[in-house]
Ligand binder design. Structure first.
Ligand SMILES: Nc1ncnc2c1ncn2[C@@H]1O[C@H](COP(=O)(O)OP(=O)(O)OP(=O)(O)O)[C@@H](O)[C@H]1O
Ligand SMILES: [Mg+2]
Length: 181
């Protein structure tokens, strides 16, 4: 009976995460807690993360909710986590941090992979730029993420990288853009 009860709990939390991740029955634009979005994305990507990648969550407990397009933000987290996993080749630590940074909300994905070489750093946000072998990457992950963060949310997307510590940082405004801006 306990085993059944455990697996029912696991299944219903997976269904809950899938609903949160897909946002299918939710309003496209709403006030959200980004920590919930991150958690549902992590649940959906658990298989990809495997046993070799340790996930560390460093969430600010006092983080405010923000107006956003949640399913689009989930795509951003998915792309950034996918890149971090690929860079670490299945082994390393992924640290996801949320914090306030001035008047913006910061979401940071740090990986312990080899880093982004200086000569390609200026190009990583270009559409179709990829260093992955043919058939593995389309080079669209960061381009799409840029459009979602910068164009849709009026936020900012940045990469800071040295070998062993690569941080992709998303900054989002706390309030909706003003009319006519
Ligand atoms: N965390 C990271 N560490 C090292 N390099 C990275 C990291 N994230 C991105 N890059 C570099 O930036 C390039 C572009 O990333 P982007 O997500 O746009 O495309 P991709 O991952 O190659 O392909 P796709 O996302 O379409 O599957 C990558 O090919 C890689 O060279
Ligand atoms: Mg990618």
């Amino acid at each position: 009976m306990n085993e059944i009860s455990d697996s029912v709990t696991r299944i219903s939390s997976l269904v809950g995460a899938a609903k949160q991740y897909s946002q299918l029955d939710r309003a496209p634009y709403q006030v959200v807690d980004v920590r919930d979005l991150l958690d549902s994305t992590l649940t959906m990507l658990a298989a990809k993360l495997g046993d070799g990648i340790t996930v560390v969550k460093d969430y600010d407990p006092g983080l405010p909710r923000i107006p956003a397009y949640p399913s689009e933000l989930n795509q951003v987290w998915t792309n950034l986590i996918d890149n971090a996993c690929a860079a670490m080749d299945g082994h390393g630590t992924l640290t996801i941090r949320t914090a306030m940074d001035g008047d913006r909300l910061l979401v940071e994905f740090a990986d312990t992979g080899p880093g982004i070489p200086d000569d390609i750093k200026p190009r990583i946000f270009e559409p179709f730029f990829t260093t992955k072998p043919v058939g593995q990457g389309t080079g669209l992950g960061l381009d799409i993420s840029w459009r979602i963060v910068v164009n849709r949310h009026h936020g900012d997307l940045r990469a800071e990288s040295v070998p062993g510590n690569t941080r992709l940082q998303v900054r989002l405004p706390l309030t909706p853009p003003e009319e006519g801006r």
